[in-house]
Design a protein around this ligand. Structure first.
Ligand code: AMP
Ligand code: MG
Length: 412
């Protein structure tokens, strides 16, 4: 007859930071691929990008107004003869000689002879003759050649995530195809005899498989491709077979079956498959049972079954691994910021606790609003949460108004 498992004495409960280090040490960089520019949003850049030419290509005006010689307007007000009209995209046919001006529109190239632009607001906007009312300094209102990008400059470095700003620069240097990290594939397994799919009848004792769906969403958020491999029965054979079927993915993530219950088969199945299990407990709440294992070059995460434990341990261990696999250079671990607590929080104090909070900007400060119920099974504690406020082991209560370290996992 099966009974509870005895603890493995050689594998101790790790502090979170140490567990994160050990996890990242197991993650190798994935390969790269070339994709069209419009498909690069959210991908990690995997090449240094050089500017092939100067941007702007030549000095041009930053304002609508008149291209003039600073010397001519030093004793403003003065009148100058307007000798040409220059819209953006056109090149002047004449040179600004002493006593003359060229009417010029934002973006147009500076005509020869002119060394500054009198913006229209400091003129009478004259058509044939313009009156410039104030002096203008040499170089004023002129965007100089290469002030944005000089030919040969590295304008983007490998390892940064591509968003709007980066896409703009890539487009600006006419890069229509970009080398990015391959997106890691992540197998998602839900262990548990009690788990039923979302479209099946809920008979007594059964629990709906929510983990696979939240995990799939977390994988996407972290830049990976989720592969839903379904529910795994709580038997040794089923667990072994399910893990084997997941081996064509880069990462394998399972939920449940990693505690010391009589029907928790994940660790045993991993052993049978010859995996190298690195740790199986982390000193945190929610989510003490977290298995890290290495199996035929794949990184295996056995996450706890409770929905909140499952998501929190994903955010702390799996998401950083996906970012490292894509060779992201910064922000591998989620940032920790100080937030001011909007309400008091309590904890048993036996382990470090991650309280789900909604961090908002209030009068310029980050304020953390704790979710009401904080149990590991209270999935609604993750609704609208974007932070995990940290109560260290030994701390049993924190007052409202306290500044507290908070892991940020979503936009404020
Ligand atoms: P376990 O870690 O296998 O002991 O699971 C702990 C608890 O987590 C179970 O009693 C279930 O209530 C819950 N649970 C496990 N797997 C899932 C899942 N896929 N979706 C939602 N809840 C789950
Ligand atoms: Mg289970």
């Amino acid at each position: 007859m099966t009974t509870f498992q005895s603890p493995r004495p050689n594998l101790r409960m790790l502090p979170v930071e140490e567990a994160q280090e050990r996890v990242l040490a197991e993650v190798a960089e994935l390969g790269t691929e070339e994709v069209p520019l419009l498909e690069t949003h959210g991908r990690v850049l995997r090449e240094d990008v050089l500017a092939p030419f100067d941007t702007p290509a030549a000095d041009n005006t930053a304002m609508d107004g008149y291209a003039v010689r600073a010397d001519d307007v030093a004793d403003a007000p003065v009148e100058l003869r307007v000798i040409e009209d220059l819209p953006a995209g056109k090149v002047a046919t004449r040179r600004v000689e002493p006593g003359t001006a060229i009417r010029i529109m934002t973006g147009a190239l500076m005509p020869e002879g002119a060394d500054c632009v009198a913006n229209v607001e400091i003129t009478d906007a004259g058509a044939e003759i313009v009156k410039v009312l104030e002096p203008v300094k040499r170089g004023a209102n002129v965007r100089s050649r290469a002030e944005d990008m000089a030919a040969g400059d590295v304008v983007l470095t490998a390892g940064i995530p591509i968003r709007a700003g980066e896409i703009g620069v890539l487009a600006g240097v006419q890069k229509s195809v970009v080398r990015v990290a391959r997106m890691p594939t992540v197998a998602i397994l839900s262990t548990g005899d009690e788990i039923v799919e979302i479209d099946r009848p809920r008979v007594p004792g059964k629990v709906v498989n929510s983990n696979a769906y939240s995990l799939s969403s977390l994988v996407r958020e972290a830049g990976g491709i989720p592969r839903m491999l379904g529910i795994v029965a709580d038997t040794r054979d089923a667990t072994v077979a399910a893990i084997e079927s997941a081996l064509d993915c880069d990462f394998i993530v399972s939920s449940g079956g990693v505690s010391v219950g009589a029907y928790d088969f994940v660790k045993e199945a991993l052993d049978l498959l010859g995996a190298e299990t690195k740790f199986w407990q982390v000193a945190m709440k929610p989510g003490k049972p977290v298995v890290l294992s290495k199996l035929r070059g794949r990184v295996y995460f056995g996450l706890p079954g409770n929905p909140v434990s499952c998501m929190v341990s994903f955010l702390l261990f799996v998401a950083p691994s996906l970012r490292k696999a894509m060779a992201q250079t910064r922000n591998i671990l989620p940032p920790v910021v100080k937030t001011r607590l909007a309400a008091a929080m309590r904890s048993k104090g036996d382990r470090r606790t991650y309280h789900r909070v909604r961090v908002v900007a209030e009068s310029g400060l980050l304020v953390a609003h704790p979710r009401q119920a904080q149990g590991s099974g209270v999935s609604t504690s993750m609704v609208e949460a974007n932070g995990l406020a940290i109560l260290e082991a030994g701390v049993t209560s924190v007052d409202a108004g306290t500044l507290i370290d908070t892991v940020l996992f979503g936009p404020v």
